[in-house]
Design a protein around this ligand. Structure first.
Ligand code: IMP
Ligand code: MG
Length: 174
């Protein structure tokens, strides 16, 4: 595996993002919704640097990649109900790839009339977007390669790694 982001680089960047978020939401309270499971490290590292009153919820989202002709399908599940009406909502996910996950979640949450709705991602993969929506906060833009670590998995593995690495095609076998 080829490491592209070290633990120290990630930590420094998340501190910067937290400063920006603290400034943007000063005087307000925030509802952070983490997109499981990939958000785990980013959610935790970001949360402990926020200094605005914050409520935390999580949601489970999985996308089933369609073929060239059938569209991708997004499945959203909640562990428990939560109400976003009049809340300042910040969606937190590991990576913005095609953007369909964040677009789907934003569309679904918009129906609850939040006071505001933004999205933060650690990684923004370039050249893959299929939606007009863009993340409001991002840690790093990365090239179009498959990455693991820091919450991101390949077939359920590597989420625990404290850094981000590219998993080359020949490493994606069984
Ligand atoms: P999107 O809906 O295409 O933006 O994809 C977002 C989801 O796909 C992320 O939350 C990840 O779970 C997964 N994903 C996208 N790219 C990668 C990658 O390079 N490594 C691991 N998971 C990825
Ligand atoms: Mg995900």
């Amino acid at each position: 595996m080829r490491r592209i982001l070290t633990e120290a680089e990630i930590e420094t960047r998340i501190s910067e993002l937290a400063q920006q978020i603290n400034a943007d939401y000063a005087g307000k309270s925030l509802t952070v919704v983490g997109v499981m499971v990939g958000c785990i490290h980013f959610l935790s590292d970001l949360l402990r640097r926020l200094n605005v009153p914050t409520r935390v919820e999580v949601i489970f989202a999985s996308s089933y990649r369609g073929s060239a002709t059938s569209p991708d399908r997004l499945e959203i599940r909640t562990a428990r109900e939560f109400d976003l009406h009049d809340q300042h909502v910040l969606l937190v996910d590991d990576i913005f790839d095609t953007g369909q996950t964040l677009q789907g979640l934003s569309d679904s949450f918009a129906g609850q009339s939040p006071a505001s709705l933004r999205a933060a991602v650690l990684l923004w993969k370039q050249g893959r977007e299929k939606v007009a929506l863009q993340p409001d906060y991002h840690g790093f833009k990365i090239p179009n390669e498959f990455v693991v670590g820091y919450g991101l998995d390949f077939d359920g593995r590597y989420r625990e790694l404290p850094y981000v690495a590219v998993l080359e095609a020949h490493e994606q076998g069984a």
